[in-house]
Every structure is written in C-alpha cells, then in structure tokens.
Design a protein around this ligand. Sequence first.
Ligand SMILES: Nc1nc2c(c(=O)[nH]1)N[C@H]1C(S)=C(S)[C@@H](COP(=O)(O)O)O[C@H]1N2
Ligand SMILES: [Mo]
Length: 450
Amino acid sequence: MAVLEKTKTTTRARPANVRRANTQGLASLSDVYAEGAEKGDLRMFGRIAESDRRGFLHGAGLAAMSALVGATIPYHRFMPSGLIPAALAESMMTLPDKDGLIVLNDRPVNAEAPPHLLDDAITPTARHFVRNNGIPPESPDAATWTLTIDGLVDNPMELSIEDLKSNFKVYTKALLIECGGNGRAFFDPPAKGNQWTYGAIACSEWTGVRLKDVLKKAKIKDGAVYTAHYGADTHLSGKAGKLAISRGVPIHKAMDDSILIAFEQNGGAISPLNGAPLRLVVPGWPGSCSQKWLRRIQIRDQVHDGPKMTGKAYRVPNRSVSAGEKVATKDFVIIERMPVKSLITHPRSGAESGEAIEVRGHAWSGDRKVKVVHLSKDFGATWQKAKLQAPENKGAWQNFSAQITFPQSGYYEVWARATDSAGESQPHAIDWNPKGYLNNSLFRVAVRVS
Ligand SMILES: Nc1nc2c(c(=O)[nH]1)N[C@H]1C(S)=C(S)[C@@H](COP(=O)(O)O)O[C@H]1N2
Ligand SMILES: [Mo]
C-alpha cells in the first residue's frame, strides 16, 4: 500500500523531548529562568561575585544542566553563565501568556503547540498557537478601542467594546482556528513558509458578538460582495500605512451564525498574541480570515484584494497537481473551508504503553460535522470506530476516544482517520500544492508496547 510515502517526520530539534529528563525536579530550563535571568543563573551557576560575571557550572547546577541537554558537558567549565544551550534555545524564547509552545520564528512570532498539549476539550489560552504576519500593537487599550464598520453600508458605525457589549447579544462559543498552512512541514518537495507540524490549531472558548448581528445593524447595501478586515498590527518593514495582512470572506459566509467578534478568550482577557482586545473568529475557514487586533470591517463590492488575499497566499491550484508542479498564479483559487482532519492528543507519539491504552483526540471539518473517526493499530489493515462526541457548538472540534489493546509487545502506530458528513475522509498521503496548505493526511503516533 502506497501509504504516507510523502510524509516525513520533522528533523527540527525537538527540545520538548529532551526536557523530560532531569534529576532536580525541574520541568524545563524555562522554569529555571522563569523568575528572571539573574535568579536562574544563581540556581544553575551558583553565586556569582559582582566582580566576576563569568560564573561556571558545577555541582547541582551542572547536574541539572546536563540532565536538561541530555548528556554530560565535557567543557562545562567554559560554559558562561547566562548562556542558554543551543539545544534548548528554540524553546526558550518566552512568549507572554504562553506555555510549552514551540517557537518557529520570533519576528514575526509564530509558535505551535505539540499535539499532547492540545489534549483539553477547550484549548487553554496559554496553549493557543500564535501566527503573526507583522508586529502586534504595543499595549492596546480596551477602554478606548474602536471598531469601524463602513464601506457599502447604509449605517456606518464606530463602536467601542462597551458598545458591542451593550448593543448586541453576547455569545460564548468554542471555536476552532486552524492556520491554512498547518502541516506544511511534511510537504515534499518542501513548501516555503512557516514549517508548521500539527499544532497550528486550537479550540478556545470565545466570548463576543456575532458578526452577522453587527452587519445587520450596519445595513449592508445591495451589491455587497465581500468583507475586508483590518487590524492594528504593523508591517515588518515598519512602513507607515503598510498592512501585514488584510483578508475577508464572502458576504454569505459573514452571515454565518458561528462567527464572532470576540473580546474574551476562555473567560478572561484575550492573549495579546491572539489579538487583544478585539478579534474576529471565523471557525472552519483558514485562520487568516480571523483578523486579530480588529479595528475595521469594510464592506466591499468586489472580492477583497488586501495583502495575503491575492497571488498564491492562502490560495491553492484550481485542480489537483503533481508534487513539485509549477502552477501559474492565475490558476489559484482562494481557500474557503478547511478539510476534514483529526489529531491524536494522547498518547504522545513515542510513548511507552502497556497492553491497553486510551487514545484521545479531536476531529473537525470546515463547516461540516465529523461523522466518524476510525483508528488503526495495524498500519491501516483494520480499523475500529472511536467514540465520537458531538461538537460543543457549531464551529467547535469534536472529541474522540477509544480503548486500544495490543496483542503483544513491540512497535505499533496508531492511525486516526476522520470522515465528515459529506463522506470525505482524510487521505493517506498529502495532496501536494505549491504553498503547502491544507495538509489533512491521516494522523499517526508511535507506541512502544512493553
Ligand atoms: N491582524 C492580524 N490578524 C491575523 C494575523 C495577523 O498576522 N495579523 N494572522 C492570521 C493568521 S494567518 C492566523 S492562522 C490566525 C492565527 O490566530 P492566532 O495567532 O490567535 O492563533 O490569525 C490571523 N489573524
Ligand atoms: Mo495562518
């Protein structure tokens, strides 16, 4: 069976795995340095005289550092205090309000969650991935924030967050956001862009008002075609007026009940990295539709053509193409709903197991429901149905679980394959496209049974 030959495991250093082993009850280097560089150094390197900033590793600090990097450090006496080992540096860039995310890039910030940290039915704010195209606004003020609704409307409005709360019905919904490029790391030939593996997906609980209700009040005029979303982040170049990203959705989609203009995430403030104090959440469509730091929604009489709406951004060929094929830009179409997909969040890949293990995860499919999730422990020879829950509400992912038993000790893979209400299933191999979007090939974890 020509299964998964196009998928490969990432070769990127995975410090998360290294961090488990330690002798001091330290979960990670981030924990050691959580209270600041000085205190962290003190813990690892011992007391350092003011006159001598070059402390060196010894004793408990050396043991802990060795455990964290997973080996002895022969030249430890030359290791300067304050040095974050390269083996761990990737995971050490600390993001405010975030915990355990793997940072792919720090300018702009892009960080994803390893699958086992997405085990909760509702993704905690600290584990909600971050995909920034530009530089977020500095200390945005919720009290003075305004949202402008204009363009092809009879009743243009400028609304504060208080106005939104008092003039419209407030909803709380579990809503899924997945980056269109989630899974790009497994494309072969590779696709340029953030090398997301599995974790550019999250389902937090969002509180806000429906886009639909706000647009109704603005009275959209005849001839309206598309929304255009604008945020307060700035372009990486720093050029005034240059937008990092501005996307939109067709008017019929904007009227979808599930879309929120949100001012709370998981019952608290929205993380500054996830768009505080106001953002759109358009579940089931590429995450890029969910404008963060939302300042303006303009109604247009044409398909919006803001940055990342045109060319090859968030677009795929209008036909299936072979891996590596060159495709003319005119043959690209805008991605709308995201495809059917699943994620196993327990056990984590590589886990040791006894004869039986509970497998858990989530499944979702754009605007549709997932009908069934099948699991296989024998490389797809046979499949068993998982217990699948209904979504908490439309726009949320669905949780699944199953008890899997293994006949004997050895190496196994557990595969998950979701099928949606329209009968579409996850493919075995990636359906390749030039920009590495929409990878929904079936999910697998390695399990060692002893
Ligand atoms: N203003 C603004 N909104 C934005 C972006 C951005 O860079 N700027 N990135 C988009 C993309 S590509 C994605 S996938 C989602 C990610 O949302 P998150 O960072 O909250 O996970 O936000 C979208 N909204
Ligand atoms: Mo994205």
